[in-house]
Ligand binder design. Sequence first.
Ligand SMILES: Nc1ncnc2c1ncn2[C@@H]1O[C@H](COP(=O)(O)OP(=O)(O)OP(=O)(O)O)[C@@H](O)[C@H]1O
Length: 257
Amino acid sequence: MAQHIIELKNITKSFGTVYALGGVNLHVDPGEVVGLLGDNGAGKSTLIKILAGVIKPTSGEIVVNGERVSNWSPARSRAAGIETVFQDRALAVQQSIVRNIFMGRELAGRFGWLNLRKQVSEAERLMREIGFTSKVFSPNSIVGQLSGGERQGVAIARAILKQANLIVLDEPTTALSLTETAKVFHFVRQVRASGRSIVFIGHNIHHVYDIAERFVVIDRGRVAMEKKKSDIASAQELIEYMECVARSQGVTAGEME
Ligand SMILES: Nc1ncnc2c1ncn2[C@@H]1O[C@H](COP(=O)(O)OP(=O)(O)OP(=O)(O)O)[C@@H](O)[C@H]1O
């Protein structure tokens, strides 16, 4: 079996007296799309902030390619090839696609000047790689002119530029129409086809069911269920599992079988 690209072992996190995570195990394999589900306040954001290194776990281990990493931090997370596209995507909407993709990582030419031509051609390549097929937009188009799904694509292209092998998408389809959601799914599939992994967080169970190959349900700071898509017949069945989790008090996956 291929080595996990990242493994969180028995991660806990408390904020003062609030226990956000109570011993979570989560792994991601190369080239898979993991759907992370859970109600409001379940602990999903806390978990992905820990993955991104922006908050430190209270206890637990983080293992990258089989090796335990101590002093986990944003720099170590990036070095492990993890990039998170948070809900706000942090795009500068008045700026062009290419400027957004290269923000903070501009390519310099021989004399230290910006190599704009190289940035544009690299942005074109990245946009093609994630399946950005619009004939209307070029790397010089202003992000504010793009639709919600396309903006998500720019954020994904930026993550890929940073050599990510795992891209965490925090509710990328929330508030998007069907057409825009389909665009995001297309980008995710392209990224997956290039061998990268995705953690896809969503509240819409149908969306997560469609795009993910494995589902991890977080409930009150614990993994309440983990299943492969091949073990779940339909989105409806996944909804029923989620309802079962919501009704139960910390039931484990084994107990639900
Ligand atoms: N900085 C913080 N200080 C105190 N409590 C926090 C903090 N961040 C999260 N929590 C608490 O930790 C728990 C888990 O929150 P978290 O935001 O991780 O859930 P979530 O699953 O991402 O929810 P949502 O889907 O609403 O974003 C909640 O009880 C929340 O109130």
